[in-house]
Ligand binder design. Structure first.
Ligand code: GLV
Ligand code: MN
Length: 195
């Protein structure tokens, strides 16, 4: 989904003081082989949280060599029963492969049809750009998935946080109408996310 590159590479200068769509390039003489390699997906993320999952991003913010190339990856770790909660990537289609465990992967279309399947190691999924999706570890052990995106910075909108933990908060009367529940249900959910 990102624009096509106009040169071989444009290793991001993340500290530049000019602002463009993406990041300006490091001068070519300063580019090193290491700019094109990234070891940040080696380790399991911290999965001792309420969701029982952790996304470790391999995007342009941590891997500057991706800049202008329209691609990035994540690793997602799960405890047994762990959920990667419903979320959206505004700038990318996502594809992924299960490395370990058994994972229920699902997304909803703009017509509110749910497409889902339980995948095992070696099996792939695709999430069309911008659609709400989730994963749940339905196996007995931990699960691991490696995901790829056609954007250097796909963005992530986690619905739980967007709706119930924004700054400033969405007024309760918006949410009570939207979900057709009492205010105490809304404030109960908000309190779970620290707002
Ligand atoms: C999984 O859905 C991810 O966004 O990494
Ligand atoms: Mn995703």
């Amino acid at each position: 989904a990102d624009p096509d590159p106009l040169q071989d590479f444009c290793v991001a200068n993340l500290n530049a003081s000019i602002f463009v769509n993406g990041f300006p390039c490091k001068p070519v003489p300063e580019v090193k082989s290491d700019d094109f390699f990234f070891n940040g997906l080696r380790k399991e993320g911290n999965i001792t949280n309420v969701f029982g999952s952790n996304v470790t991003a391999g995007n342009v913010l941590v891997f500057p060599g991706l800049n202008a190339l329209g691609i990035s990856m994540n690793r997602v770790d799960f405890t047994p029963g762990g959920v990667n909660p419903p979320h959206i990537h505004p700038r990318a289609t996502e594809t992924g492969v299960v490395i370990k465990g058994r994972l229920l992967v699902g997304f909803m279309t703009t017509s509110n049809v749910l497409h889902s399947k339980v995948l095992k190691a070696g099996e792939m999924f695709v999430i069309p750009r911008g659609l709400v999706h989730f994963q749940r570890n339905v196996g007995k052990g931990k699960a691991l998935v490696i995901a790829a995106f056609n954007s250097q910075l796909p963005g992530i909108v986690v619905l739980s946080f967007t709706l119930f933990a924004s700054t400033p908060p969405i007024p309760n009367d918006v949410l009570t109408k939207a979900f057709q529940v009492d205010e105490k249900v809304i404030s109960g959910i908000k309190s779970k996310f620290g707002s």
